[in-house]
Ligand binder design. Structure first.
Ligand SMILES: [Fe+2]
Length: 359
């Protein structure tokens, strides 16, 4: 299920709006002829970018207004007929195509947050919601080119840290599974696993907080990569993979804009795909270049990706994930990996944990 259903009769005309919205939200983009009633009802927000002086398009939107809670309609104020048609669509939220999108995106974020909160009643889930909301605000600021909101990062860090103190890791992981956006889910999962790992390693509170904050923004550069690629339900082509591999540099550039942000957090975003044997990216750094915090984050990031369900793969069990980490040999810090294996309890797969928590 997607949060936003973006319906367009001309992708070349809609491309700017569609790509900005799909970078910020979990979005499906379809032409009107391919949309069915189930998709309309399932989406939290339906966005129409159609030529409004075509009668069939207006009829399509009227039908949607009867079935959907929130309908956004783009129109051109310079086109008198289109403007008149738009104004006749009672209940729709009208947006001039020529106006900046930032206010609309903020409103969409608020609507989505309200929708998600309605469906999550347990305390642990509400706390996960808070962390997710802060993370999504961070992503939105990034998509809009605004500076990283440090207060939101602190809030998300405190929430992850506090939630783990109050609830078990299993509860937290179970609550996370409800998030549709794989980046939100993955980010909070990595932050949670990293926090747990730091606690078990008896590292200082300073390093633990640094790892949680670093994990929350480690993939922030992915806001620059289209979701169609990130969520592609198949193997990526070489050029798509190359694009995905730009995310650590994008992340570093985004975080560099905020001089108040701890430099160690910027390094975590830049180096979390580097390996000790020099085979990682983006710079092919080697063991001597990579600090303890980066080595910890890399293990937590890979482990989390393996136990998560993705559009192109099912979730792996803890044991299967550990087997893959073992097979990576000299890429990972072997002493840390040995500790990770000792202290991260063999648990059911991520998807199974969800079923238990819900029950
Ligand atoms: Fe990454």
């Amino acid at each position: 299920m997607h949060d936003i259903l973006f319906i367009s009769d001309s992708i070349p005309r809609s491309i700017d709006r569609a790509s900005l919205i799909s970078r910020a939200f979990n979005t499906q983009i379809l032409p009107p002829k391919n949309v069915n009633a189930c998709q309309l009802k399932a989406a939290s927000i339906v966005v129409y970018d159609l030529v409004l002086d075509v009668e069939t398009n207006v009829v399509h939107i009227r039908d949607a207004l009867e079935q959907c809670q929130t309908v956004v309609v783009f129109f051109s104020s310079g086109n008198k007929l289109e403007k008149k048609q738009a104004e006749a669509l009672k209940g729709a939220r009208l947006v001039d195509r020529t106006h900046p999108l930032n206010i609309l995106l903020s409103e969409m974020n608020t609507i989505l947050r309200r929708t998600k909160r309605k469906t999550t009643l347990q305390d642990a889930m509400q706390l996960v919601d808070e962390a997710a909301a802060s993370f999504e605000d961070i992503c939105l600021s990034t998509v809009l080119g605004a500076p990283l909101p440090l207060d939101k990062l602190e809030n998300a860090t405190d929430t992850v840290s506090g939630t783990l103190a109050k609830y078990s890791l299993t509860n937290f992981l179970g609550s996370l599974q409800g998030y549709h956006s794989h980046t939100t889910r993955h980010t909070l999962l990595v932050a949670t696993v990293a926090a747990e790992f730091c606690t078990r390693l008896n590292l200082s509170d300073d390093i633990r907080e640094l790892l949680i904050s670093g994990a929350i923004v480690h993939d922030i550069g992915k806001t620059q990569i289209p979701l169609a690629i990130l969520d592609k339900p198949a193997k990526l082509s070489d050029s798509e993979m190359e694009l995905v591999r730009t995310h650590p540099r994008h992340g570093y550039r985004i975080l560099q804009k905020n001089p108040k942000l701890d430099d160690r957090i910027k390094i975590l975003a830049l180096e979390h795909h580097e390996y000790l044997d020099g085979s990682g990216y983006p710079d092919g750094k080697v063991e001597k270049d990579l600090c303890l915090e980066v080595r910890i984050l890399t293990i937590c990031d890979i482990y989390s990706a393996l136990i998560e369900k993705r559009s192109y793969k099912p979730p792996l069990s803890h044991n299967e994930a550990i087997r893959i980490l073992d097979s990576m040999g000299g890429k990972l810090d072997q002493r840390l990996l040995a500790e990770f294996k000792k202290i991260m309890r063999p648990a059911p797969g991520f998807a199974t944990v969800r079923a238990k928590a819900a029950g």
